[in-house]
Write a protein that binds this ligand. Sequence first.
Ligand SMILES: [Zn+2]
Length: 57
Amino acid sequence: MLKKIIGRMRCLMGKHKRSRQQAQRSGDAAPYTSICTFCGVPMVRRAKGDWIVASKH
Ligand SMILES: [Zn+2]
């Protein structure tokens, strides 16, 4: 419970945590995609261990 609240606070600061369980990719050349464990925002892997929010702007 407390962990979730802290996670949400991190989200508000832009520090999302990608879900390892949700990580997937559509093909060998495609980047890994996942969602934030806490808020569910879509994320994409830019490099190993480097995940960013998948912005549609
Ligand atoms: Zn988040």
